[in-house]
Design a protein around this ligand. Sequence first.
Ligand code: ZN
Length: 283
Amino acid sequence: MEFFGLSEGTFRFLLFVSIFLTMSIAEAMMPRRRRRFSRARRWTTNLGIMLSDYVLVVAVTFIVPVTALITALWAEANGWGLLNFLEMPVWLEWLIAILVLDLVIWAQHLVTHKVPLLWRFHRVHHSDLEMDASTAIRFHPVEIVFSIFVKSAAVLLLGPAAAAVVVFEALVNGSALFNHANFKLPKMLDAIVRKIFVTPDMHRVHHSVHPHETDSNYGFFLSIWDQLFGTYISQPRDGHEQMAVGLNKWRDESPTRWTWTILLPFHEPESTGSPGKKTPPGQ
Ligand SMILES: [Zn+2]
């Protein structure tokens, strides 16, 4: 499958590099928070984690050749999935596909906070001590593989057009780079954009050390699900500049190291933090 004359892999890679660079320039020009930890160490680790993701995904898909796109192409060819049964205009089919897939990703994110085994892997993402565009690629390889299977199952049931799946994944990945970025979106613009899309100020609440804030704002692309299902918190209790980002248990420089981070799922669980004891708002 080709996009703008490029293979799907090249299209994804070039899109990632261009958005990552754009966000990094925006972070340098309009930073939201002062940096407390060396960017070089964090970036090396986060990029290292992304490379580990790539290696595991290549290995797993070599054994079990399943991705959201492969599943969509198979469903299209074999008439699987709800949308392959219904007659509707293409624009409506794409809209439904993007809404439903985004809801699935939102629900998957919520579940990774609630199921202790899944949280062990997802806390790798939350252990980053700062937030910037590189945090968006800090997901443990096991969580990435889990996510591929969740998306593939959703695609099999829904039957969206294969191109809509690629566009959806590009939107979510691009949006994650945007809403993890450490740059200041003007307040007025933030208020308008977050009515539909997740903004950096909205997603930063999710990376707070306070468990009730960590367990909110699960969206990566659309903000509507959190607003609809009552998991929306508008602003962090301690303010954007002062709030602590990361997990309470690990406040030293360990999360800036690759080996420590890859092995984090096998460390003891936190005594506080999602999905353990909850700190009620205002404490
Ligand atoms: Zn999370």
